[in-house]
Design a protein. Structure first.
Length: 367
C-alpha cells in the first residue's frame, strides 16, 4: 500500500470520526428536548423498557451491518447514560426549597467532594472542613468551629472508623442544627448519634448506595435512616427528593443487615475471587488469553473492588455485626458445593441451581 493511499484512508477515517461526533452531539440535543417534554408531562426521567428496545435495535443493526453486538451495545449504553445525564441536569438542576448552608466535614475526600459538588449544583451554600483540604487544593474553613457557626446542616463524610469521633466532636462544640452522616455501616454509630441527640443535635443518617464517580442519580438509591429526629430526616430527604434518586427508609439495624449482603458479601466474594487468581500460579496473560465471557465480566467487577480503598473495605467488613453471619453462611454453602462435586452428586448440584433459578424468577420484573 502506498503512503498516499494510506493518507487518503486515514483522512476518510478522520472525517467519519468527526461525523460520528457530530451525530452524537445532535443525539444529545434531541435527548435534552425529550427530557424537557418529560418534565412538562410530569413523567419519569428514565424508562427502562425504552432502553431495552434501544439495545435490541442495536443488536439487530449490528448484525445487519456485520458489527460485533458487544461493540454496538457498548456504544449505545454510553449514549443512553449520557442522555440520562443531560436530561437529569435539565430536569433536576435546581433545588426549589429554601437554600441551606451546608458544612461537609471530610469534603476533600471522594464522597465528601461528591456531596460538595451536588449541593452546589442544587443552589446551596457549601463549606468544607477537612484537615486534608489544603494538600488537596480544596477551599475550606480553617476550623471546625468556624464552619459549624455558619452552617444550618452538617454532613459527615470522613473515613468509617472516624465517624463516631466526628459526631462527638460536633456535638461537643454545641452545634444544634441537622447533623447527617453518610457512613456505609450504621448500627455501631448508634451510641454517638444518640448522645448527640441528647445534647440537642438534630441527628439523622443516610447511605448513598453509589460511589463518588456517579454522574447521575437516575437508577441510584440513597438509604435514609431516621435516628429519632423525624424533622431532621425530612429536611435531609428534601435535599434529594426533587432529584431522580430513590430514597429507601430503613432503620439503622435493618440497613446493616441488608448491607452485609449487598456490600459486605459482594466485596468479600470479589476479593476471594481476586486472591485465588493472584495465588494460582497462573500469569495474568494466561488467564485472560483464554478467559470466557463470564470470566471477563466477573474480572471487571472484581478489579473495580480491588482498586478501592482497602481501609474502607476492611471497616465495612469489621464494623458490621452481621458480617459474622454472612461468613458462616458462605462457609456452609461453599462446603455444600464442594461436597456434591467431590462425592459425585450431580442431582444435588442441579437441584441447588434450580432452586436458585426459581428464587431469581420470583424477583420483581423477572419474566
Amino acid at each position: 500500500m502506498s503512503e498516499e493511499r494510506l493518507d487518503r484512508l486515514r483522512r476518510r477515517i478522520r472525517n467519519l470520526d468527526a461525523a460520528m461526533l457530530g451525530l452524537m452531539a445532535e443525539r444529545m440535543e434531541l435527548a435534552r428536548e425529550v427530557g424537557q417534554e418529560k418534565r412538562a408531562a410530569g413523567i419519569p426521567l428514565r424508562d427502562f423498557e425504552v432502553e431495552k428496545r434501544v439495545m435490541a435495535r442495536a443488536d439487530t443493526s449490528a448484525e445487519a451491518l456485520g458489527l460485533a453486538p458487544e461493540l454496538a451495545r457498548g456504544v449505545m449504553r454510553q449514549l443512553v447514560e449520557e442522555a440520562c445525564r443531560v436530561q437529569e441536569i435539565d430536569h433536576f438542576s435546581t433545588y426549589s426549597g429554601e437554600a441551606e448552608t451546608i458544612l461537609v466535614v471530610g469534603g476533600a475526600g471522594k464522597m465528601g467532594h461528591w456531596l460538595v459538588r451536588f449541593f452546589e449544583t442544587q443552589g446551596h451554600r457549601v463549606l468544607v472542613y477537612d484537615p486534608a483540604a489544603r494538600s488537596a487544593g480544596v477551599p475550606a474553613v480553617p476550623t471546625l468551629v468556624e464552619g459549624l457557626a455558619a452552617a444550618s446542616m452538617v454532613f459527615v463524610a470522613v473515613p468509617l472508623d472516624r465517624v463516631a469521633a466526628a459526631v462527638e466532636e460536633i456535638a461537643a462544640a454545641g452545634f444544634t442544627g441537622v447533623l447527617c452522616d453518610v457512613a456505609s455501616v450504621k448500627e455501631h454509630l448508634r451510641p454517638a448519634l444518640e448522645a448527640a441527640r441528647e445534647r440537642g443535635v438534630a441527628v439523622t443518617s443516610i447511605h448513598p448506595m453509589f460511589g463518588a464517580g456517579a454522574r447521575t442519580l437516575s437508577d441510584k438509591v440513597i438509604c435514609l435512616c431516621d435516628c429519632g429526629v423525624p424533622e431532621a430526616t425530612e429536611r435531609v430527604a428534601t435535599l434529594f427528593r426533587e432529584t431522580a434518586v430513590t430514597l429507601v427508609p430503613l432503620s439503622l439495624e435493618r440497613h446493616d443487615e441488608i448491607a452485609s449482603y449487598v456490600l459486605g458479601l459482594s466485596h468479600f466474594l470479589n476479593l476471594l475471587f481476586a486472591r485465588v487468581l493472584a495465588t494460582s500460579g497462573l500469569s495474568f496473560a494466561e488467564l485472560t488469553a483464554v478467559g470466557s465471557t463470564t470470566f471477563h465480566s466477573q474480572f471487571a467487577t472484581t478489579e473495580s473492588v480491588v482498586r478501592e480503598n482497602p481501609q474502607l473495605y476492611y471497616e465495612i467488613q469489621r464494623s458490621n455485626r452481621f458480617s459474622e453471619r454472612v461468613y458462616r453462611e458462605v462457609e456452609r454453602v461453599a462446603a455444600d458445593w464442594i461436597e456434591w462435586v467431590e462425592k459425585g452428586e450431580p442431582a444435588r448440584f442441579a437441584d441447588a441451581m434450580s432452586a436458585i433459578s426459581a428464587w431469581l424468577d420470583r424477583r420483581p420484573g423477572a419474566e
